[in-house]
Design a protein. Structure first.
Length: 117
C-alpha cells in the first residue's frame, strides 16, 4: 500500500471549500474527513457530513449538491433512537466521495429502505 499524495489528502478539504464558497448560506453541523464506505465495503478518503434533525430541505440540498440521485438511498430505522430514522446517501464533488447522514424523527417525510423497496 502506498502513502496517499498531498493532493489526495487535501482534495476533500478543497471540495468542501468549493461548496462553501458557492453556497455560503448552507449549514452543516459537522464535517469529518475519513474513510467513506460503499455498498461493496470498499472505502477511500472522503467527507462525511452529519446532521441532527436538520431544518426542512437542508439535507436534500446537500444531497443534490453532492450528486446523489436519491437522498434516501441508504435510509433505515435508527438503532440508537426510538421513532427515528437515519437518512444516508452518497455522492461526489470535485472527484471526492461524500457521505451525508441525517438523524430525523420518523414523522419526517423520508421513507425507510424497507418502505421504499
Amino acid at each position: 500500500m502506498t502513502d496517499p499524495t498531498m493532493r489526495d489528502l487535501l482534495a476533500p478539504v478543497a471540495a468542501i471549500a468549493l461548496i462553501a464558497q458557492a453556497n455560503p448560506d448552507l449549514p452543516v453541523p459537522r464535517i469529518d474527513l475519513g474513510p467513506v464506505f460503499d455498498d461493496n465495503d470498499h472505502h477511500r478518503l472522503g467527507i462525511q457530513l452529519y446532521f441532527d434533525r436538520p431544518a426542512t430541505g437542508i439535507y436534500e440540498r446537500w444531497a443534490a449538491l453532492i450528486g446523489s440521485e436519491n437522498p434516501d438511498s441508504h435510509t433505515r430505522p435508527s438503532n440508537a433512537y426510538p421513532n427515528a430514522i437515519v437518512r444516508r446517501t452518497y455522492g461526489t464533488y470535485a472527484g471526492v466521495v461524500i457521505e451525508a447522514v441525517a438523524h430525523q424523527d420518523n414523522t419526517a417525510a423520508a421513507p425507510t429502505t424497507a418502505a421504499a423497496a
